[in-house]
Design a protein around this ligand. Structure first.
Ligand code: SF4
Length: 70
């Protein structure tokens, strides 16, 4: 599973950081950025929670099901 934060939409509420500090961090500009775009499986629940609780709906998930690497 991959995660992205849309910097255009993020409003810096830091909800995501509270839920998954291993995955999100606050950029100098006050908005969230992703530390690791590939979400470790043990953090998927926390990241899904962040997605649903982000007040701006700025976080999006993509399944990493592409079979690029065979
Ligand atoms: S919860 Fe949403 S709006 Fe708040 S910092 Fe995270 S991505 Fe940005």
């Amino acid at each position: 599973m991959k995660v992205q934060v849309d910097a255009q939409i993020c409003a810096g509420f830091s909800v995501c950081l509270g839920l998954a500090p291993e995955v999100f961090e606050l950029h100098d500009n006050g908005y969230a950025v992703v530390r690791t775009s590939e979400v470790p499986s043990e953090l998927e629940d926390a990241v899904r929670k962040a997605v649903s609780q982000c007040p701006s709906s700025a976080i999006s998930l993509t399944d990493s099901l592409d079979s690029e690497s065979g």
